[in-house]
Design a protein around this ligand. Sequence first.
Ligand code: FES
Ligand code: FE2
Length: 424
Amino acid sequence: MLDRTASPLLSLIRRRRPGYSLEAPFYTSPEIFAADLEAIFEQTWLFVGVEPDVPEPGDAMTVDIGANAILIVRDDDMQVRAFHNVCRHRGARLVHEEKTTVGNLVCRYHSWTYDLSGALIHAEHMGSEFDRKCHGLKPVHVRSLEGLIFICLADEPPADFDEMAAAMGPYLAPHDIRNSKVAFQHDLIEPGNWKLTMENNRECYHCGANHPELTVPLFAYGFGFAPEELDEAEREQAARYGCLTDDSHAEWEKAGIPSRMLEHLDDMVTGYRTERLPLDGDGESHTMDTKAACRIPMGRFPSAKMGGLHFWTQPNSWHHFMGDHAVTFSVIPIDAERSLLRTKWLVHKDAVEGVDYDLENLIGVWMATNAQDSELVGFCQNGARTTAYEPGPYSPHTEMLVDKFCNWYIGRMREHFDPSTPAL
Ligand code: FES
Ligand SMILES: [Fe+2]
């Protein structure tokens, strides 16, 4: 059917109004969704999982990015490798499960067999001229940032990953992600375009009205507010929060735990943000009682009260690292109006469910928060489909990081489809 509402992509990119949400086709059009896959998801570094997803040699996991099927395996030398999950014979998908353990990678169709380095080691009836060496699995770029696995489908991935890794390594290392295990994973299909899922994550304007669980450990003032709108009592609370953050940063930094904010959300291709924020109450964890959910600490810390380190990456992840557990989130686009939000809760690898942690307590805050966010994303998706929708203004006090997400997105689209104009 002819899409009479869609404007050509270039004019939509060029006329984007900074400080405002995007025009409707960015959230609804299958053509722009295809353009997003090409310009964003096939070009940039994507967060797809953690090393504890594949702890032992032969452990494998798969993830689909648009039409591309990716296979991540740990080889016999304990290296994490990534390949296209596509047999070099006639293209059959090699591994079908999301997580599995293999000896070699054997294609079910005609039994071509690859070792964990991707080399083709067995193919029957191919004749004496056939060169197995030319038919290994196609590699995909993969990097582990202190145990967080990123892949890039581009031939030449953005080089500034190294810059991010150098800056973020010291923040993440004390959490010792490689010595953790995935205690629980939850996949949620959100009824919205992937950009709405990301926009929702990049502000806490909506937290007070929608997240009764999350706002127990998280302070309301952590992500901005309009100072002139506060009454006397709120101003005092905000000032106290500011002092607490400064004091906590000073204390953590003195103990060798990097905590201060770093923000490169729209001035790097591999955009990111981090900061360690104090938590409310006992200050230990994202739980309903703000105490540690797991008895065994996850990292190497001087105290249980390490606040929450958040780490965001463009285009598709955010994470919260506490002293006792961590929660990682990846957004995988499904189509123009649906996205997969994959959440993993990590605890120390020796922690035993029911003994060292109670699963419901561990996952409670974010299970509730994700469900609430998914509903909110759906509200916006529905709105973007109506004739009434037009881009609305972002709050300069609480939605500046949403604006930076959109700046980054438009910058990437411009660089890909309109390279004559500056992108960043
Ligand atoms: S398609 Fe894989 S062995 Fe034939
Ligand atoms: Fe939210």
